[in-house]
Unconditional design. Structure first.
Length: 71
């Protein structure tokens, strides 16, 4: 029995954000190009590297959004 009252459960919908990097990388035809280049790096490579940072940011957002009730 909880003595502090009922806690609010975080929404499970936050976890859907974690599908964005997977879907973006799964659809290869959307980024299978050499142009535009950035600092001499073809689009195909820097687009994938950009999603590493976007994915890390999304993981942080989901973590903080779902861990508020555990504190």
């Amino acid at each position: 029995m909880q003595t502090g009252g009922p806690g609010l459960q975080p929404s499970k919908l936050w976890y859907l954000l974690l599908l964005l990097p997977f879907l973006a990388m799964f659809w290869v035809a959307s980024y299978n190009a050499k142009e535009p280049e950035w600092a001499g790096i073809p689009f195909f490579y820097w687009y994938q590297l950009l999603w590493i940072w976007i994915g890390a940011g999304l993981i942080l957002i989901v973590y903080f959004a779902t861990s508020r009730s555990r504190r």
